[in-house]
Write a protein that binds this ligand. Structure first.
Ligand SMILES: [Zn+2]
Ligand SMILES: [Zn+2]
Length: 344
């Protein structure tokens, strides 16, 4: 019998009677990370990796019934050994390792291979069956080294600042914003943030992640000269909102793996697209799958079909797992909406 199966509520472990990142309320939920498509409200019990505790409570409520384990710490539950291992995606993100009856399964959640300094780097975990995401599971998705992307962002910001124009960079508020803050050259000018971003910054700083000083955008007047040299970080949902009026004439950019798709940038109507993702690219997915040593691969999210086909050609036992992941991440929602023609 399979250690993890797909049920209407989510991925389910029959032996341990718990769900992994369920999308409907259940008794026991084991959570890979705090993004909205993986961590949902309404479950009776939560189990997650300790570094993600503060973010989970901030998003789901301080009073959720949450138990945590350090990375690598093992818990025995109804005969199933359960442990969390770094996924390198956002602070506290984890792969979930399950061992039962001599068999090992790993559910990846979302993961990224390149270490970024804002969370524990991805660690390959050996297993018999690997449940992998495939948000960017097409060969067209291959990321540049992040240092190159940060250099591009710095140049764009510098060029705008030199003509006294505010730079507004849209990015997902949990994970991406902090990664950008950590990676850019903060000497170029002041950094302003949207109210959705700053509470997460505070959590990262408390966890010991270095982020340069940031200012609440509301604390600076439109007439303040600092405004025109500033970089503003805001979630994509702030675009076209009245919140943007305070910046007058600005240049805008969008940082997302979806910027790799030709045409998305133009349709989005931003001046610049920066290809920066917190997910593994095609090469990264294949690398992680190989490192796992698994002979059986279950593919969730995104482009499951293409990845499944490719893995079968390599002689692996691969199949798609139907899930509802990938629906709530802001940049994904917006980019997809635009690929099919216009925001709702
Ligand atoms: Zn995620
Ligand atoms: Zn996801």
């Amino acid at each position: 019998m399979d250690l993890v199966i797909s049920r209407p509520e989510g991925l389910y472990c029959p032996a341990g009677d718990f769900y992994i990142d369920p999308w409907r309320p259940v008794e026991r939920a084991v959570i890979t990370h705090a993004h909205g498509d993986h961590a949902r409200a309404g479950n009776q019990h939560y189990l997650a990796a300790a570094p993600g505790e503060t973010i989970l409570r901030a998003r789901l409520g301080q009073d959720i019934n949450l138990q945590t384990l350090r990375y690598g710490e093992r818990l025995l539950h109804q005969g199933v050994f359960l442990s969390f291992h770094p996924a390198g995606h956002v602070l506290g993100s984890a792969q979930i390792r399950l061992e039962y009856g001599g068999e090992v399964w790993v559910a990846s959640g979302d993961y990224k291979i390149e270490p970024d300094g804002t969370c524990a780097p991805f660690e390959p975990v050996r297993c018999d069956t690997f449940i992998t995401e495939s948000t960017f599971g097409l060969p067209i998705y291959r990321w540049q080294p992040q240092a190159q992307v940060f250099a591009e962002i710095n140049q764009w910001w510098q060029a705008n600042a030199s003509v006294e124009k505010t730079s507004v960079l849209f990015c997902y508020s949990l994970g991406k914003a902090q990664r950008i803050l950590h990676g850019i050259d903060a000497r170029v000018g002041p950094i302003l943030v949207h109210p959705a971003v700053e509470p997460i910054n505070r959590i990262y700083r408390e966890a010991g992640v270095y982020l340069p000083p940031t200012i609440h955008a509301a604390d600076i007047k439109k007439s303040d000269p600092r405004m025109r040299k500033a970089l503003v970080l805001a979630p994509p949902s702030a675009a076209n909102s009245s919140w943007m009026r305070r910046f007058g004439d600005y240049s805008d950019g969008f940082a997302s793996g979806w910027m790799r798709v030709r045409g998305t940038r133009r349709r989005r109507g931003v001046d610049r697209g920066f290809v920066l993702s917190d997910h593994a690219d095609w090469t990264g997915l294949l690398w992680a799958i190989k490192q796992s040593g698994a002979q059986r691969i279950m593919v969730t999210h995104g482009s499951a079909g293409a990845l499944v086909r490719h893995l079968r050609e390599q002689g692996l036992d691969a199949m798609a797992f139907d899930t509802q992941y990938g629906n709530d991440e802001e940049d994904v929602v917006i980019a997809k909406a635009e690929l099919v023609g216009g925001l709702p």
